[in-house]
Design a protein around this ligand. Structure first.
Ligand SMILES: *[C@@H]1O[C@H](CO)[C@@H](O)[C@H](O)[C@H]1NC(C)=O
Ligand SMILES: *[C@@H]1O[C@H](CO)[C@@H](O)[C@H](O)[C@H]1NC(C)=O
Ligand SMILES: *[C@@H]1O[C@H](CO)[C@@H](O)[C@H](O)[C@H]1NC(C)=O
Ligand SMILES: *[C@@H]1O[C@H](CO)[C@@H](O)[C@H](O)[C@H]1NC(C)=O
Ligand SMILES: *[C@@H]1O[C@H](CO)[C@@H](O)[C@H](O)[C@H]1NC(C)=O
Ligand SMILES: *[C@@H]1O[C@H](CO)[C@@H](O)[C@H](O)[C@H]1NC(C)=O
Ligand SMILES: *[C@@H]1O[C@H](CO)[C@@H](O)[C@H](O)[C@H]1NC(C)=O
Length: 401
């Protein structure tokens, strides 16, 4: 009887815990207003510390730049709250040496040992590989090899063989890992056997810094309802692409953003002519990037040694801070608002400063949570934990799921 009870309790709790409710904790924000004491641990079951970066030495990953002294505290805090502690390896700035680390059998074994030693040293529950990206340039100075995806798979197989109990995941782009020709892989089923799950980074789809011709959604839920030139990827299209290539939907976690992008748009472009209704996809002035919130880069040298100006990002709290939203997360007085029903994301506009911001609000997170539930995905992972304001976003997605 006791045994039966214990068994059914285990079943119950594992069913409850079967969805991933995760977020990345950006170590460098610990000293910029988001210390560990600010984390709402009870909202999550998984937290990924960002980042351990790859280095030119296959025997070493580095916490330099991510307040590494804090990492052991992060792990014990997570465990004290019953939350899995994972390390995110790589990231936009930290993926330079993934390719060489997995390039040969010798290096793969060495890198497997590097990761395992790190896991043991810090008592981790999981590893999240954030390689941006196999056989595709990211920041600009990554080592890239046409065999990256195949080598990554061989590496993961060896890691999995050595660590059957470790949760192994990968943060991935909207399309499956590039094959040796540079095309999205058509069969990633072998990755599904060694990874517990992938987390699709469905954000930065439109941003003010790169290709975008107009102000578009940072993190569209859907784009098949948009006109063809505005179909640049979405949660819907990415899940379809990965599952068509053999990744089971119940091994897909949706990456969701607690931030958005600002753009400079004058009032003749911002409004539908003759009205005060915000126009869709207005043209912006790319040589006038507005500064984002207090966490935005005011300009710095990246890990390739290249100067980067402001990214113009606003965290959700930054939108409140900047007067665009009030403390309930709704539009502040004097600010114009538009909600795009295809992407399920909003836009706010200050006519005086000519700043337009595309972001995710509670309604967007509710829509994403509903999609996760209805499509049978494994859960969500939010970049980043510290972006939310009073748990408005996280409460919305948790309730929907
Ligand atoms: C962290 O917590 C403090 C105290 O509750 C609060 O004032 C601050 O806004 C929080 N910061 C973030 C980024 O959530
Ligand atoms: C293997 O790793 C070492 C660094 O530890 C690197 O110097 C070497 O280039 C790597 N091998 C390949 C083929 O990339
Ligand atoms: C890719 O792997 C194949 C077979 O293992 C090898 O012949 C080829 O040289 C590799 N290509 C590169 C660019 O390393
Ligand atoms: C995405 O848009 C297509 C086309 O309008 C629609 O059929 C589909 O139901 C939408 N999916 C979601 C999850 O919104
Ligand atoms: C408004 O912005 C558009 C796009 O950047 C530009 O072509 C136009 O000249 C601007 N109009 C005024 C009045 O500045
Ligand atoms: C875009 O912004 C730059 C820098 O502020 C300004 O010099 C230029 O006139 C603007 N272009 C338009 C079309 O408004
Ligand atoms: C809009 O921007 C102007 C200029 O930066 C600022 O003075 C004003 O307070 C902003 N409006 C709102 C509602 O925040």
């Amino acid at each position: 009887m006791l045994l039966l009870l214990a068994t059914s309790l285990t079943l119950l709790s594992s069913a409850y815990a079967s969805k991933v409710a995760g977020a990345w904790y950006a170590g460098w924000h610990a000293t910029e207003g988001y210390p560990l004491s600010n984390v709402s641990w009870d909202k999550y079951n998984t937290m990924y510390y960002s980042f351990a970066t790859t280095t030119s030495d296959v025997n070493k990953i580095s916490l330099e730049g991510s307040d590494g002294w804090l990492f052991p505290v992060f792990v014990s805090e997570a465990h004290a709250h019953g939350v899995e502690a994972h390390i995110a390896i790589g990231g936009w700035d930290g993926s330079i040496y993934f390719s060489s680390n997995v390039a040969t059998a010798e290096n793969r074994t060495a890198f497997v040992n590097t990761v395992i030693d790190f896991v043991k040293q810090y008592h981790l529950d999981g590893v999240n590989f954030d390689w941006e990206y196999p056989n595709e340039q990211g920041i600009g100075c990554n080592i890239v090899n046409s065999n990256d995806t195949a080598n990554f798979l061989s590496f993961l197989r060896e890691l999995r063989e050595d660590c059957s109990h470790l949760t192994i995941s990968a943060a991935v782009s909207l399309t499956p890992f590039r094959d040796s020709n540079g095309d999205p892989s058509t069969d990633v089923s072998a990755f599904a056997k060694v990874l517990d799950y992938i987390a699709i980074m469905n954000y930065d789809v439109w941003d003010s810094e790169s290709w975008s011709p107009g102000v578009g959604p940072n993190a569209p839920l859907n784009d098949s309802c948009a006109s063809s030139s505005e179909q640049q990827g979405s949660a819907v299209s990415a899940v379809k692409a990965w599952s068509n290539a053999g990744m089971p939907v119940d091994q897909i976690v949706l990456g969701v953003p607690s931030y958005g992008y600002s753009y400079s748009v004058n009032s003749s472009g911002a409004f539908v002519s003759g009205t005060k209704t915000l126009a869709a996809y207005p043209v912006f002035n790319s040589s006038n990037q507005p500064l984002g919130d207090a966490w935005d880069n005011t300009g710095s040298v990246d890990s390739c040694g290249v100067y980067q100006g402001s990214g113009g990002t606003f965290n959700f709290w930054g939108l409140v801070d900047g007067g665009f939203l009030n403390s309930e997360g709704t539009t502040a007085q004097g600010i114009y608002y538009r909600f795009d029903s295809c992407s399920q994301t909003p836009y706010v506009y200050n006519e005086t400063s000519e700043v337009m911001i595309s972001y995710d609000n509670a309604e967007s997170f509710t829509a994403k949570g509903t999609f996760i539930k209805n499509a049978g995905l494994l859960g969500y992972a939010m970049w980043e934990a510290g972006g939310d304001y009073n748990n408005i976003l996280i409460d919305a997605i948790n309730s929907a799921i």
